[in-house]
Design a binder for this molecule. Sequence first.
Ligand code: MN
Length: 198
Amino acid sequence: MSFAHSPLPYDMTALEPHISKETLEYHWGKHHKAYVDKLNAALENNAKLSGASLEEVIKSSEGGVYNNAAQVWNHAFYWQCLSGNGGGQPSEGHFLTALHDGFGSFEAFKETFSQKSATLFGSGWTFLVKNTQSGALEILSEGNAGCPLVHDHFVPLLTCDVWEHAYYVDYRNARPKYIEAFWKLVNWSFVESNYAAA
Ligand code: MN
């Protein structure tokens, strides 16, 4: 059994002008695919993880297997967090109330998430998660292939990929400009459904 390169949930031009077709051709078509191919190659002769789900591999591996598995999951999740019809703000409801409870306001949440994304050193991911032990929303800065699924009490709701490959084609070194563009694409109904299921 091997893991599939999950299809993009939209076409290559759907995120323009904020994220270009060229970025998706490289980011989804080459970077994401390479993680899938490397994971499958690494698991080919791994009897212990044979038949394991992607989440099980992430939770029970380390080193190269973990890095590639987590990157496969993180990217599939990231694509779903975006939409050409995204942006704006969450609709009135439990998720928006939780954001207000956790951060004071939607704008304050955005500012904190943006600031953590802009200042994360090197490559990584910013995640909004629900902490199922406390019930609170939290923002996690994860370096490299960090993935909240390694902790049983974190349910990922939203992520922003801040690896340079996510923005260098469109924004060169200007990560904050990419983060501004990211907000214009966030698929809040996906985020709300993650919260409802958490
Ligand atoms: Mn990436």
